[in-house]
Design a protein around this ligand. Structure first.
Ligand SMILES: Cc1ncc(COP(=O)(O)O)c(C=O)c1O
Length: 318
């Protein structure tokens, strides 16, 4: 079984929604993306910072007024069950979704009842699929500044991982790919750097890391906070969170995108301007080495971020 749908563990092919589903029609869902890394020695998948992802799902749901039937702990357990019972022996991507499941025409998320307004029904679903790299992590990628602006917090809050919001990312990503780039970088409504279509962004300037502040219509990325922490604690490099001009990207010493999907993807070019010498910058390289050791469960200090899908060791399971 690779999915959890309407309260049951099912095959992915059987996790299907009705065409009238509110979330399908109006984008009223919130979601997450969690990576599970295959660990050869332990012969199991390690889920990276799963709890933090479900905590964020609960926060996104609160913004959108979606009820969560399951607690964070229960969601973690469902996630572990799906990945373990899916029998994966490779890297996986887990997609949890909480969405308005009401079958209705009409935008409102409340139904008017004789007892007063009541929020319409919600569902929680989760599935896992095998997944490799989303962006290149070895060969630096080419980016463009999107002609589409990032949605503003008072339009659709980027802080909440809302399904409907991803039209904004999808349209910008498509534009970039059609123009021959790997990824688009989005600017806020007032022209500051926000983020990639599915990644947060860091630059290196004069030995310091700089990343757009949380007020720049970004998703509060879990990888972003991982990078800030390991750069400080392992490399003694502080990160400045502030608003960032577009031209600061053009003159950066190093630039990279981070996210669960992207991991750490170095950028070689933005709209024809080469970043640094066009290769993987020294700080980017060090962060990549640290990050991949951590997510694959090879770093004892950060092992608590990796959740094993099997409670027993390989020997006990044999
Ligand atoms: C728009 C956007 N920004 C940033 C991120 C990175 O967030 P995280 O590191 O929590 O995966 C994602 C990916 O989920 C995203 O979709």
């Amino acid at each position: 079984m690779q999915a959890f749908f309407e309260g049951k563990y099912v095959d992915l092919a059987d996790a299907r929604v009705n065409v009238m589903t509110h979330a399908l029609n109006y984008g009223t869902g919130v979601f997450e993306g969690i990576r599970g890394y295959w660990n050869d020695t332990e012969e199991q998948v390690l889920l990276f910072r799963a709890r933090e992802h479900f905590e964020r799902l609960h926060r996104s749901a609160r913004i959108l007024r979606i009820g969560c039937e399951y607690s964070v702990d229960e969601m973690v357990e469902i996630c572990v069950n799906v990945v373990r019972d899916g029998g994966f022996r490779e890297d996986v991507y887990v997609r949890p979704l909480a969405y308005k499941s009401a079958l209705q025409i009409g935008l409102s998320m409340v139904a008017l009842t004789p007892d007063g307004p009541r929020l319409v029904e919600d569902e929680f679903a989760l599935f896992a699929v095998p997944f490799g790299n989303y962006l290149d992590i070895e060969k630096p990628i080419r980016c463009t500044i999107a002609s589409w602006r990032r949605v503003n917090d008072n339009m659709i809050p980027a802080r909440g991982k809302v399904t409907g919001l991803y039209v904004n990312s999808s349209i910008a990503k498509t534009e970039a790919v059609e123009a021959g780039f790997d990824e688009a970088i989005m600017l806020t409504h007032d022209g500051h750097v926000s983020e990639g279509t599915g990644e947060n962004l860091f630059i290196v300037r004069g030995g310091t890391l700089v990343t757009p502040a949380l007020s720049e219509d970004i998703l509060e990325g879990i990888t972003r906070s991982t990078i800030i922490q390991i750069a400080r604690d392992e490399l003694g490099v502080e990160t400045v969170e502030r608003s960032l001009d577009r031209t600061e990207l053009y003159i950066a010493d190093e630039l990279f995108l981070v996210g669960t999907g992207a991991q750490i993807s170095p950028v070689r070019e933005i709209d024809g301007r080469i970043i640094g010498d066009g290769g993987i910058g020294p700080l980017t390289g060090k962060l990549q080495d640290l990050y991949f050791d951590i997510v694959r469960g090879r770093s004892p200090t950060y092992r608590h971020w990796c959740l094993s899908v099997h409670e027993q060791s390989v020997a006990q399971r044999a």
